[in-house]
Design a protein around this ligand. Structure first.
Ligand code: PHE
Length: 346
């Protein structure tokens, strides 16, 4: 039997043990050296073929190496076990602690009100239509019977865009969508147009430079201001949840004739007069009126036959105003303030 290099065997085993990363690898190392078919076992088995003196000496050595390897294995095993229990301690989760509730967002009050308005008008046969927020002069003014240099343009403080000759602007109202829609559709028509509009004006409790409007347009045979009033009455009743006093006062818009403004009783002071309603007890919600013939003409609307029967009315609601009267909010600037104390009430 060749001489056995116990030292090399021991070094090899120790190196293996050092490199072991987990208990499974340690198990394999145990089997490789000390197991039933392991290298050291083989040596111990072969001792019986040796002369007695040699057998004793080699046996002693082999047993010593066996012990040393066992020792190293044991140490490494307890190292790994400590490591595991440390990790387990750190990662320990108390499953009895009540969970943290995630903070849930919700729809902005103006979005809620917009959806409600859409639903009410949809149930009365109106379609919801949208239009561009950047318009040119034609759609925002000329087509709506507001010619260049007409003083009526001053009613809308306009944010013009820097451009090369196209005269683009941020729409000052949703009325241009009347033109877009009538260019492509024939009467009878029933639409509402919710959307953002922009005005170059100072802000106060009633005014913002960006606001939402909801345009309404109905074109049908022989309709009149009476139809407009009936639709408004139904809308207010459903929106405010009760019969609500509203009134039409004469007003002027170039694209309607006759023109009105629509007011409801101020809910902040219950009609008694406060700062918001300028002591009148009424707050203006919309402009409205019968569609001016020039608006039909500029949309290229074909009103034949028989042209005379078709009539139209339009309105433009301020959505913020509606929300203010529904929820008793006395400052329009709160909506876009981003203040959670305000928003979380909805
Ligand atoms: N566009 C008008 C405004 O912004 C409101 C309006 C709409 C008036 C439709 C009459 C008809 O003030």
């Amino acid at each position: 039997m060749a001489k056995i290099d116990f030292k090399a065997l021991k070094n090899k085993a120790q190196k293996d043990i050092n490199l072991a990363k987990d208990l499974k690898e340690l198990d394999e190392i145990f089997r490789k050296y000390l197991g039933e078919k392991g290298e050291l076992r083989q040596i111990l088995h072969s001792l019986k073929d040796l002369p007695q003196l040699k057998r004793k000496e080699t046996g002693k050595l082999a047993n010593q190496i066996k012990k040393e390897i066992e020792e190293t294995l044991k140490k490494k095993k307890s190292n790994i076990q400590n490591l595991i229990s440390n990790i387990q301690k750190q990662e320990w989760v108390d499953i009895t602690i009540p969970g943290k509730k995630p903070v849930l967002g919700h729809l902005h009050p103006l979005t809620q009100v917009k959806r409600e308005v859409e639903e009410i008008f949809q149930s009365m046969g109106f379609s919801v239509v949208e239009g561009p927020e950047i318009e040119n002069e034609w759609y925002n003014f000329d087509a709506l019977n507001i010619p260049k240099d007409h003083p009526a343009r001053d009613m809308w403080d306009t944010l013009w865009l820097k451009d090369k000759g196209a005269k683009l602007l941020l729409r000052t109202h949703t009325s241009p969508v009347q033109i877009h829609y009538m260019e492509k559709n024939q009467p009878p028509l029933r639409i509402i147009v919710p959307g953002s509009v922009f005005r170059h004006e100072a802000t106060d409790t009633r005014h913002e430079f960006q606001l939402y409007q909801v345009e309404g347009l109905m074109v049908d045979k022989e309709i009149s201001v009476a139809n407009l009033k009936a639709i408004l009455a139904e809308f207010f009743k459903r929106f405010f949840g009760k019969n609500t006093a509203f009134r039409l006062d004469p007003d002027f818009f170039p694209f309607t004739e006759p023109s009105f403004n629509v007011s409801v009783t101020c809910v902040i002071c219950e009609g008694k007069g406060c700062n918001l309603c300028k002591k009148t007890g009424w707050l203006e919600m919309a402009g409205a009126g019968m569609v001016h013939p020039n608006v039909f003409k500029n949309s290229g609307l074909n009103l034949n036959p028989p042209a005379g029967e078709w009539r139209g009315w339009a309105f433009g609601f301020g959505l913020e105003r509606l929300a203010m009267m529904k929820y008793k909010i006395d400052d329009v600037r709160l909506f876009r303030s981003g203040d959670l104390r305000f928003l979380n009430q909805f």
